[in-house]
Write a protein that binds this ligand. Structure first.
Ligand SMILES: Cc1ncc(COP(=O)(O)O)c(C=O)c1O
Length: 403
């Protein structure tokens, strides 16, 4: 009988595990070991390419987490790393060399901007940053030595949505590898490999882990690319600790229900904020008026758990609002069960030049919310109270969103 393919919710709980296995532990054991004993040198040679040799090369707990992510993303293989940044840097260092060129959209995570714009040039790899949703600019920036098209969707923190099919088509035409930071989307809302994207990257610290208790990253894609990345991970050393892999697996089991709740609450909060007199603009992919709403609704099954908005006032007002909230904890990061608030100009994008920040629309008035799984009415009440501290003259007209 043909096996029915499981849905994302099922894969999240059962992914990576061997369902045919009998009498095994339901929770994946933590192989908290740096190395593995062998009987003789012959066996050692056979073990070297496996996950039973040395934990920087691989580890059985880590392998289960990798299988779970590959299943969720619908790719041949996935690899996990010590951080999301490692999952950005290691693949790029594995696949590019001095003299190569990257085209990247302008609004991507600040750490990625810094790596591409300030660090890679030291190795002779240049990046051209292009307007995020201007595909003619993407194509126009491609040179004979371009190897990689790097994108993020939805973007941090402006929530712009990229046309994945279009990006994949441009890359195919020019023989480029595509890599996407899909942290904000999660495979529950969008699986970029289905649209032809080669490498799907995540800061697993966020929605996968889901509880703000570990740092990790992941990349998913075709076996042949992942083999090279695995070899580079072994050399650069950004492997994941087995205990962190176990926590990651525990997070993945509930990612579908968490993200579905976060989708619902974030949309309600975006709608509430878009009607608020002290809010100038709201950025959320599924909100009426978002410039890529139709595309978002076609590519994604939910708008995600992150939104941002500008207060009607000064940067000082935005600071005061973020500090007046109590359920939204003032902290960087996102994607966990606890709601968080931050000012991107002071946190996720503080390390990039002010000019680059301005071009992507990150103003001092911009506040980013990561919506957790608390009751949405309590979260809205917290915002209602927090926004009372905005002192400036208010406009009664406010636009829903724009970007
Ligand atoms: C969209 C996005 N990508 C990548 C990263 C980097 O991940 P990590 O902090 O796990 O290294 C972050 C961190 O905030 C992020 O928000």
């Amino acid at each position: 009988m043909k096996k029915h393919p499981h849905r994302a919710e099922t894969k999240a709980v059962r992914g990576g595990t061997d369902l045919g296995k009998k009498n095994g532990p339901l929770a994946t054991p933590i192989y908290q070991t740096s190395t593995f004993e062998v009987a003789d040198n012959e066996q050692q040679l056979r073990a070297t390419p496996t996950d039973m040799f040395y934990t920087r090369y691989g580890n059985p707990t880590v392998t289960v987490a990798e299988k779970a992510i590959a299943e969720l993303e619908g790719t041949e293989r996935a690899l996990v790393f010590a951080s999301g940044m490692c999952a950005i840097t290691t693949p790029i260092l594995a696949l590019l060399k001095a003299g190569d060129h990257i085209v990247a959209q302008r609004d991507i995570y600040g750490g990625a901007t810094k790596f591409l714009g300030q660090w890679l040039p030291k190795l002779g790899i240049e990046t051209t940053f292009v307007d995020t949703t201007d595909y003619e600019q993407h194509e126009g920036a491609i040179r004979p030595n371009t190897r990689l098209l790097y994108v993020e969707s939805p973007t941090n923190p402006m929530l712009r949505v990229i046309d994945l099919r279009r990006v994949a088509a441009i890359a195919k035409k020019h023989g480029l590898i595509t890599m996407i930071d899909s942290t904000f989307a999660t495979p529950i809302n969008c699986r970029p490999a289905e649209f032809g994207i080669d490498l799907v990257m995540h800061s697993g610290t966020k929605f996968f882990a889901g509880h703000s208790d570990l740092i990790c990253g992941a990349i998913a894609g075709r076996g042949e690319l992942l083999e090279k990345i695995h070899s580079t991970r072994t050399t650069l050393g950004g492997a994941m600790d087995p205990h962190a892999a176990w926590l990651l697996l525990r997070g993945i089991k509930t990612v579908a229900v968490r993200v579905q709740r976060q989708n619902e609450s974030a949309l309600l909060i975006a709608q509430y904020l878009s009607r608020h007199a002290k809010v100038r603009r709201v950025f959320y992919p599924f909100l009426e008026g978002h410039p890529q709403r139709a595309l978002a609704m076609e590519q994604m099954s939910g708008g995600g758990g992150v939104l941002s908005f500008e207060v009607e006032g000064s940067g000082e007002d935005a600071r005061r609002v973020s500090e007046a909230l109590s359920l939204f904890t003032l902290a960087p990061s996102l994607g966990g069960v606890d709601s968080l608030v931050c000012l991107p100009a002071l946190t996720s994008h503080a390390m990039i030049p002010a000019e680059h920040r301005q071009k992507t629309g990150i103003t001092d008035q911009l506040i980013r919310l990561s919506v957790g799984i608390e009751h949405v009415d309590d979260l809205i009440a917290d915002l209602e109270h927090g926004l009372t501290v905005v002192s400036s003259a208010l406009s009664t007209q406010h636009s829903a969103i724009s970007t």
